[in-house]
Ligand binder design. Structure first.
Ligand code: NAP
Length: 352
């Protein structure tokens, strides 16, 4: 692509915003033009506004960039923008994203708009066709731009593994999560709450897993999405891991495929990003490990540059049909990497 699209990142100083900055370095299609955050950060140089927690160094040119306030007028004053990545807190994102979407394509990691009927909830490997919903949205809302949302981080990795199982008649899913600290943002959970501990509650998380997955795996019907027809029960826990959510998943199927068939279904799974050769697409959306003690966050979260979901311990279950473990990098595939992949999909489809 000769002319890179100029992007603004809303929430640029947070855990997800930082990951956007890291992953957009050298991106072939997108160039960071504006960094925006709260009034606390606006007016400061990025290096003074943010506590950089990525593994790689803060890029020099980013360090010196000014931070704008996350509103349309301030962002437009700071630079010419073609599209917007939003990683704002969920309770704030609703109104702010609406204002941007009247003018710009907005790719949101926040929960505010995910379940609205005319808003796509995208995992490009699963439901690239749902992106067409923005045409309905633009017509209904009279917008030049649009909002496309990405699911909650723990839902993304689960849904990617459920998609290839639907061919066997997916009926019920029970999932237990062990979620990393970076999933709570920065500074997130107080150290005295989590050291030597597991917290068996993450506000709103179970409801998101139980509802979002049905929309993502549902069918696009021209004017909206018909939810997938299976049940999910989720139980979510915060554990003392920096990055990478581990999930224990139990599924009930209509059919009784062999373990080899299940393993092949995971390994053969590909979607639009692989067919379209999108820049951030992993070669394998799902990687299967055969060791008895994998996947593990420390060893497997960076598989496929953090964009692959790693599955292991696939086995029959005496109550459900079978069970497995599933690991995903929550701020890469579960957040910024997923958001960038969605934007690449829209660009490739000529929608943004
Ligand atoms: P975070 O670390 O707490 O960062 C929040 C960002 O929003 C910061 O840049 C902050 O700027 C900005 N912000 C806060 N209040 C604001 C205000 N009043 N006006 C404008 N900007 C404001 O949170 P995060 O983990 O990056 O999460 C960001 C979003 O992504 C949330 O909606 C979250 O649910 C979602 N998400 C997170 C993950 C994950 O793994 N962390 C995964 C999927 C989705 P200041 O620095 O100026 O306060």
């Amino acid at each position: 692509m000769s002319n890179k699209r100029k992007v603004a990142i809303l929430g640029a100083t947070g855990a997800v915003g930082q990951r956007y900055i890291q992953l957009l370095q050298g991106h072939p299609w997108f160039k960071i033009e504006v960094l925006a955050a709260s009034e606390r950060s606006a007016g400061k140089k990025y290096k003074d506004a943010c506590n950089w927690i990525m593994e790689s160094n803060l890029p020099k040119e980013i360090a010196e960039m000014p931070v704008a306030n996350a509103d349309v007028a301030s962002v437009e004053k700071a630079g010419d923008v073609d599209l917007v990545f939003s990683s704002l807190p969920g309770d704030l994102a609703g109104q702010v994203e609406n204002e941007f979407a009247s003018m710009y394509p907005v790719f949101s990691k926040a929960s505010a708009h995910r379940m609205e009927k005319d808003v796509p909830l995208i995992i490009p490997e699963i439901n690239a066709d749902h992106a067409e919903l923005i045409k309905v949205q633009q017509q209904l809302r009279g917008w030049k731009g649009f909002i496309s949302t990405d699911p909650n981080c723990s839902t993304i990795q689960m849904a990617i593994t459920l998609k290839p199982l639907m061919q066997y008649g997916l009926r019920q899913v029970v999932v237990n999560t062990m979620q990393a600290l970076s999933g709570a943002g920065y500074p997130g959970v107080a150290s005295l709450d989590i050291i030597d501990n597991v917290i068996p509650f993450i506000s709103g998380e179970e409801d998101k897993m139980e509802t979002e997955a049905l929309k993502i795996l549902g069918t696009y019907k021209g004017k909206g999405v018909k939810n997938a027809d299976f049940q999910i029960s989720a139980s979510c826990n915060r554990v003392q891991v920096k990055d990478g959510h581990l999930e224990s998943i139990f599924v009930k199927l209509d059919q009784d495929p062999s373990l080899e068939q299940i393993e092949a279904a995971f390994e053969d799974f590909k979607g639009a990003p692989q067919l379209l050769k999108l820049p951030s697409a992993p070669a394998n959306p799902i990687i299967v490990r055969h060791e008895k003690n994998r996947p593990q966050p420390r060893f497997d979260r960076d598989a496929g540059c953090g964009m692959s979901v790693v599955v292991g311990r696939i086995r029959k279950d005496p109550i459900m049909t079978f069970k497995y473990m599933c690991l995903g990098h929550n701020t890469v595939r579960g957040a910024a990497g997923g958001g960038i992949l969605s934007a690449e999909l829209y660009v490739a489809k000529g929608l943004a």
